[in-house]
Write a protein that binds this ligand. Structure first.
Ligand SMILES: Nc1nc2c(c(=O)[nH]1)N[C@H]1C(S)=C(S)[C@@H](COP(=O)(O)OP(=O)(O)OC[C@H]3O[C@@H](n4cnc5c(N)ncnc54)[C@H](O)[C@@H]3O)O[C@H]1N2
Ligand code: MOO
Length: 398
């Protein structure tokens, strides 16, 4: 049986980075930058006041307590005049551009207005409370690097720089197909029915990635329905098809045959991992990749985290994710030759070393432990001293 690293390498060998497109920043949240963003101008764009108070020109390195200045005008944010020829001081608002010849701001709390003059009650330093042009970012420097996800912080910077559109990687088109005659949407269940939880899980996971969903289909356990659903995904030009169920050894496990009959080339079927062993991957020539996950919910979570998410990273042009090492607090029961993926809670021990506390009661069908964990770990043959760990959600990975 193929190992996880070998299977992943085969899969990623078929996952090319997608092309880029230009998108308005209002619609770019969650996308990946296709190229560096170079700052078109400095931020701040001009020297401006950091506090409400009085702009003055300091006579030397300091202003002595008790000094008084003739106040010329009120200078608010947005005022562009420099023309205060007779003023020794200007009332100024936070963010207002420093008028020419003024170099220092004394906050209003340390100033007393006396008619048309202002008296400063404490010693003040020349240049204080002025936010210098370019002190956040200089013109012509790299503000954001290629492949970075456009998060709200990036949006704030892009907007401040006045950049209205950016080149980002095209969103992958992904189709979800959930198989199982026992599956039902929310609401009352027939005897022996269950609610489809893998479909909503995958839809929400993929939405967090910012993929373009081309459809989510639930099909009963027979090959023809699955065949038609895959054909629809091909017609919708999906880049990736993620399926659940019907991929192991049972009578209704029609996924491998249906994919083969549609012309898909199998990359691997069954991986030496637990849970998720029956996982299958295939690809269509000049068409989508298919990741067929076994139906057990935690096998789907593992398949998404360790097969689908790496494909999405590759399609976004990102380098493979690097796990963090940590110690597991108890030895998992592992079997020789299998790589185990499990859930845990990331913490630090008394010595400050990273440790993962294993989430209790884990099994491929049990969903509750998944909701109680914040990290995935992976161990081979009972090793606990140093295991790989990953954030629970791949969108939290760097
Ligand atoms: N004789 C063998 N039996 C099984 C093997 C095996 O190697 N030999 N592998 C086991 C493992 S491991 C897994 S995982 C499952 C995977 O089976 P399938 O991929 O064929 O999945 P199903 O049989 O369709 O479903 C398995 C399980 O998951 C539930 N399920 C399915 N879809 C959903 C959904 N959308 N939402 C919630 N739950 C779902 C389904 O009801 C079953 O309980 O096979 C083992 N058996
Ligand atoms: O590999 Mo299965 O996914 O353990 O339940």
């Amino acid at each position: 049986m193929i190992s996880y690293p070998d299977a992943l390498a085969l899969l990623l060998g078929e996952a090319d980075a997608l092309e880029s497109e230009r998108v308005d920043i209002d619609a770019v949240s969650g996308r990946f930058l296709a190229s560096d963003i170079v700052s078109p101008h400095a931020l701040p764009g001009f020297d401006n006041a950091a506090m409400d108070g009085f702009a003055v020109r300091a006579p030397g390195e300091a202003i002595a307590a008790g000094s008084t200045y003739l106040v010329g005008a009120m200078h608010a944010a947005g005022d562009d005049t420099d023309d205060y020829p007779d003023a020794e001081a200007c009332e100024i608002a936070t963010g207002a551009r420093m008028p020419a010849r003024f170099d220092t701001v004394v906050p209003v709390e340390r100033a007393e207005r006396q008619g048309d003059r202002v008296r400063f009650v404490a010693d003040e330093r020349r240049g204080q409370n002025v936010r210098r042009a370019g002190s956040d970012i200089d013109a012509g420097t790299v503000a954001l690097t290629a492949m970075r996800r456009v998060d709200p912080a990036a949006i704030m910077l892009l907007a401040a720089l006045g950049i209205a559109q950016v080149d980002v990687v095209r969103r992958p088109r992904v189709a979800i197909i959930n198989t199982g005659s026992e599956l039902n949407p929310g609401g009352p269940l027939p005897l022996a029915g269950i609610h489809d939880s893998n479909g909503p899980f995958l839809a929400s996971s993929l939405a967090r990635w910012g993929v373009e969903a081309t459809g989510r289909t639930r099909v009963a356990d027979h090959g023809d329905a699955f065949y038609l659903a895959v054909r629809d995904a091909l017609a919708a030009h999906a880049d990736l098809i993620v399926t659940t169920g019907a991929v192991s050894a049972g009578r209704f496990d029609f996924v491998p045959a249906a994919l083969a009959s549609l012309g898909a080339r199998e990359l691997f079927h069954k991986v030496a991992i637990r849970p998720g062993k029956p996982l299958l991957a295939a690809c269509f020539d000049r068409g989508p990749l298919v990741v067929a996950l076994p139906g057990n919910p935690i096998a789907v979570a593992v398949g998404y985290r360790f097969f689908v998410a790496p494909v999405l990273r590759a399609m976004a042009g990102l380098a493979p994710e690097q796990p963090r090492r940590a110690r597991l607090d108890v030895a998992p029961s592992t079997r020789e030759g299998l790589q185990y993926f499990g859930l845990g809670e990331f913490a630090h021990d008394e010595g400050g070393h990273p440790i993962v506390r294993m989430t209790p009661a884990q099994a491929a069908y049990r969903i509750l432990p998944y909701t109680q964990a914040n990290v995935w770990w992976s161990a081979v043959e009972g090793r606990v001293d140093s295991v790989d760990t990953w954030p629970l959600d791949p969108t939290d990975a760097s």
